[in-house]
Design a protein around this ligand. Structure first.
Ligand code: MN
Length: 257
């Protein structure tokens, strides 16, 4: 079992160090992670600047790029083999509901998935790394189960996992959940720079709007680590017919004789 481990908080973040220590004996685990914090970089790839790979004293490789860059470079040449599993995290903070669109943690896992490799994104619900040991142990349990039951040999899947910040003994069983939804993000924060220019800081994520039973928001609030299987097709299949009717009303253009 060969596992590629990445994250979006950077190769020195406590979350990736804890996850590496927790799963290192489950297979051959290689770390390729961003040099700096790349949270909210989604699936971004760096196309207009060179990427450099360096090796830290602990053997982790780090890249001056995004989470998706790290996985992309690893899979397309750096590793020289196709890993059996891509694991991302553990992220400093929740990736629930709409967060998954922006998340670099999910982006790293998704890059593996797009290359046909099963992948998991792990996040802790609260920022600040409290009870990280418990989250790493829970993450290990899932990876160990998947490895032991050969689930990585199936058609590729993409799992998004959020683990409440609780002591291990207070974590409830894993619960499979759908993504909830958030309200629109908070207002942008503007300040005046020392040079008199207006600076804008992106505000926080919105509060949950759909946190009904069955969602990741709901289950994690009850103390369950949540598992949401994700897919990548953004097509609104229900709307295809509606837009086909609208498109039929548009000028047909000139047909070639
Ligand atoms: Mn992050």
């Amino acid at each position: 079992m060969r596992i590629l481990l990445s994250n979006d908080d950077g190769y020195q973040a406590p979350g990736i160090v804890a996850l590496y220590e927790a799963i290192r004996d489950l297979g051959e685990v290689e770390v390729v992670a961003p040099e700096h914090n790349n949270s909210a970089k989604s699936n971004a790839l760096t196309l207009h600047a060179p990427l450099y790979v360096n090796v830290a004293a602990n053997g982790f490789r780090y890249v001056n790029g995004t989470p998706a860059d790290c996985v992309h470079v690893a899979l397309t040449g750096l590793l020289g083999y196709k890993p059996d599993l891509v694991v991302s995290g553990i992220n400093n903070g929740a990736n629930m509901g709409d967060d998954t669109i922006y998340s670099g943690t999910v982006g790293a896992a998704m890059e593996g998935y797009l290359f046909g490799i099963p992948a998991i994104a792990f996040s802790q619900v609260e920022k600040g790394w409290s009870h990280l040991d418990a989250a790493a142990r829970k993450a290990r349990e899932l990876v160990q189960y998947l490895v032991a039951h050969h689930r990585a040999q199936e058609a590729p899947w993409l799992l998004n996992v959020n683990i409440p910040n609780r002591p291990y003994g207070e974590l409830k069983p894993y619960k499979v959940s759908r993504l909830g939804r958030r309200h629109a993000a908070d207002q942008v924060i503007s300040q005046t720079s020392p040079r008199g220019e207006i600076m804008y800081w992106i505000g926080g994520a919105g509060l949950p709007k759909d946190d009904a039973e069955g969602t990741d928001f709901h289950a994690s609030l009850q103390g369950h680590p949540t598992i949401t299987p994700l897919k990548v097709d953004l097509t609104d299949h229900d709307a295809l017919r509606y837009w086909a009717q609208a498109a039929a009303q548009l000028p047909p253009g000139e047909e070639k004789a």
